[in-house]
Write a protein that binds this ligand. Sequence first.
Ligand code: ADE
Ligand code: ZN
Length: 340
Amino acid sequence: MSVETLIQTIPKAELHLHIEGTFEPELMFAIAQRNGIRLPYSSVEALHTAYNFSELQDFLNLYYQGMNVLLEEQDYYDLTWQYVEKIARQNVVHTEIFFDPQGHTSRGVAFETVLNGIFHALQEGERQFGISFGIILCFLRHLSEESALETLEIALPHQDKIIGIGLDSSEVGHPPAQFQKVFKRAHEAGFYCVAHAGEEGPPEYVRQALDLLNVARVDHGNRALEDPSLVQRLVDAQIPLTVCPLSNLKLCVVDDIAEHPIKTMLNHGLRVTLNSDDPAYFGGYVNENYLALANAQLIDENDIIQLAKNSFHSAFIDDARKKALLAKLDVAIVQRTDSA
Ligand code: ADE
Ligand code: ZN
């Protein structure tokens, strides 16, 4: 069995995915047209050409511009449904997706419009393809903690649809320490808590996410590798890192995919998972992220299986679902050995 086939056939979970980052240019143009909004690009190709980033902020500028065309519940449904159809073809059996409500409510779109569109598409994905899911609300860290607290208040009546909260957007200059109150409130309300840290920001931000925000997972976490005692702590506590290789490449966190630190992470015994972050902007969904590392000879078949296992061990799911997904993975592994 080729490595491509192995990646394609094993069941896996995706745990770091911004739904607004799945907005493919074709769909963006179609929704812009139906909402009577003009995009500042003459064509889908022109938009594609603009996807050249030298750092996180370059990407975020386009990401926020893109999401501006989303207005109606149907828009959020269509966006999410396109992602669901994509991952169904990639054997993703569980997904936990981020959304950025402040990027929508600040333009006058109701929180419920956003959430219901996303939720109903994921529900339909569970019905049609058996893909379980969780929705994680992210606070934009370039905005104030007051704005995050207001957003949390709006979210509280929707806890039946939202499993967790996270922290994203421009990292440097916006340390986790600035969001202690809102994370404390979220913990008290029973949300799972995660945060982007160590993507561009220093190891100290990863420490703050652990110490001050009490996160259960760190999104990215690459720069934790600069601090051996922090690495040891992440290993000892088996705190998952949701790593996104093609994102790291496109945002120049690494200069070349061959320089991605995945092997170092695995060798340390870190609980690493592979994810796509913003696949429409970074050139690949979850399987393409696995494949990019495999093609660069950074991960082998055993690593691929380990990474898929890690994805289930790191998911916010109950023990019964975890057991079922790990069993599904075992079946795929046995079938691979049988067919070899
Ligand atoms: N929002 C969407 N993608 C992001 C990323 N990779 N880092 C921070 N904020 C984001
Ligand atoms: Zn992200």
